[in-house]
Design a protein around this ligand. Structure first.
Ligand code: G6P
Length: 476
């Protein structure tokens, strides 16, 4: 098998299987996810390999080349999907790391599947990596891979990036396998987090559980030879490919589509927008509550204000997600039932995913973007909205519990648990004069343009390069 000098290991491959291959017969399509978008520019330049799950149970395909990247599929059986992906990753780690907004479930059978699937990813990475390669492991589904890979391939340099929050020690310590997970992560040379606070929580857990010494971003880790080595744990806030959003937002057909969207909603004075995966971390219920109360109080009317809520389907077989969907759809139905008129709707709810072109048109159509996450690693939607506002108009309402709040200081900052505060913030956003919108939006856009996804990957890979002991040079 071809070996690569740069290998990404992620739960998902950057492609989706096409149900009915089109006329070209191509059975794969580039997938639209945030992580894929984030790493695409790096992969393109490095011509590396990407190890990941092809996204369907029992799909076992040989490694293949796709648009210049070598893709190495890791097959998951239906049972693996249930125990490793839906179970341990998304019903144990996900809720625990998002401050137990939903109750994490600790099941030994899920843990066992997580260990064995992580081993399989590590084996595939070990096989795909050339001597002295750089391997970059992504996210919470694969926290054991750094250690397993180091055991198999001590020559490679290993980075790990954690896309979601790392919780405070008091919560983290609930995890029955807390030591194993920390040891798994510490197999990496560089462990990247979204926020300074996440890196701090991780270092504290390492001190408390493993008694390793931590100093600034450095952690002293015992090595296989009985000595020690240094690992780096620090914040590298992720970003977006800002230029591609700017380019789309400047296209006349996308601007025309934005006008068409406004038109089809009955040309309300103000359009509010929420765009999320349908996930309990996103605070969609809090947002609907605040919006419903503003209608009830008579502060706004459906003749003037419409909320568009895009909630893309996600993890639909996990119980907490099934329940959330029911609750949200009940609430939307009630609010619309109470306030809709023949001409105007209160909430246009779309349980669908859209291509990027349509999203940019929606961003351009929306006067106010509502990001009300209860806990979120970064929230790239906030950055996508800002990048798309080439007209320097629009208002971003942003939860302080989203990683993006550390960078986007000119947004209207909210605590989504404070419903009255959220209602005030929405009214302020609706009423904000154009000059103030422009001032804030320019500052937000400057930040997103100055720190785009290329800077993110460059910063991370530069930090990793300090640990590298071979001839490989990777730069984004
Ligand atoms: C979050 C995670 C990603 C994940 C994505 C979509 O952004 O950090 O690792 O891929 O959600 O979730 P899914 O379960 O569909 O991969």
């Amino acid at each position: 098998m071809t070996q690569a000098d740069f290998v990404v290991v992620a739960n998902r491959l950057p492609v989706d299987r096409v149900a009915d291959a089109d006329a070209s017969g191509e059975p794969w399509r580039r997938s639209p996810g945030g992580l894929v978008t984030a790493l695409e520019p790096v992969m393109r330049k490095a011509s590396g390999a990407w190890v990941g799950w092809p996204g369907q149970a029992d799909l076992d395909v040989e490694p293949f080349e796709f648009e210049g990247t070598f893709l190495v599929p890791v097959a998951l059986s239906a049972e693996d999907v249930e125990n490793y992906y839906e179970g341990f990753s998304n019903d144990t780690i996900w809720p625990l790391y998002h401050d137990v907004i939903a109750a994490p479930r600790f099941k030994r059978q899920w843990w066992e599947a997580y260990v064995s699937v992580n081993q399989r990813f590590a084996d595939a990475a070990a096989e795909a990596a050339a001597p002295n390669a750089i391997v970059w492991v992504q996210d919470y589904q694969l926290q054991l891979v750094p250690k397993l890979l180091r055991e198999a391939r001590p020559d490679v340099t290993i980075g790990y990036f954690h896309h979601i929050p790392f919780p405070a020690y008091g919560l983290y310590s609930q995890l029955p396998w807390r030591r194993q997970v920390l040891e798994g992560l510490l197999g990496a040379d560089v462990i990247g987090f979204q926020r300074v606070a996440d890196a701090g929580n991780f270092a504290r857990a390492v001190r408390r559980q493993l008694r390793y010494e931590t100093k600034a971003s450095g952690i002293t880790v015992p090595d296989a030879a009985g000595g020690t080595r240094m690992a780096l744990a620090k914040a590298f806030p992720i970003s977006i490919d800002a230029d591609s959003y700017i380019e789309l937002a400047q296209r006349p057909e996308i601007q025309a589509r934005a006008a068409e969207i406004r038109e089809s909603l009955g040309n309300p004075k103000k359009i509010l927008l929420g765009v999320d995966r349908l996930d309990y971390t996103k605070g969609i219920r809090h947002r609907l509550k605040a919006f419903g109360e503003l209608l009830e109080d008579g502060h706004i009317s459906v003749d003037d204000v419409t909320l568009v809520q895009v909630a893309s389907p996600s993890r639909e077989r996990v119980e907490a997600y099934v329940q959330l969907r029911d609750e949200i759809e009940l609430t939307v139905g009630r609010i619309n039932g109470d306030y809709d008129t023949m001409d105007h709707t209160a909430i246009r709810y779309l349980h669908q995913a859209y291509p990027r072109e349509e999203m940019v048109a929606l961003f351009l159509a929306a006067d106010v973007m509502l990001v009300t996450a209860l806990r979120d690693g970064m929230n790239l939607v906030a950055k996508e909205y800002v990048a798309s506002r080439v007209d320097n108009r629009g208002v971003l309402v942003l939860s302080e519990f989203a990683g993006a709040a550390d960078e986007l200081g000119s947004a209207i900052r909210i605590n989504p648990h404070d419903i009255d505060g959220l209602k005030d913030a929405i009214m302020r956003a609706i009423e904000m004069p154009g000059a103030e919108q422009g001032r804030r939006m320019r500052a937000l856009r400057r930040r997103v343009r100055e720190h785009d996804v290329e800077d993110w990957s460059q910063d991370f890979l530069d930090a990793l390069a300090a640990f590298h002991n071979g001839p490989t040079a990777v730069s984004s």
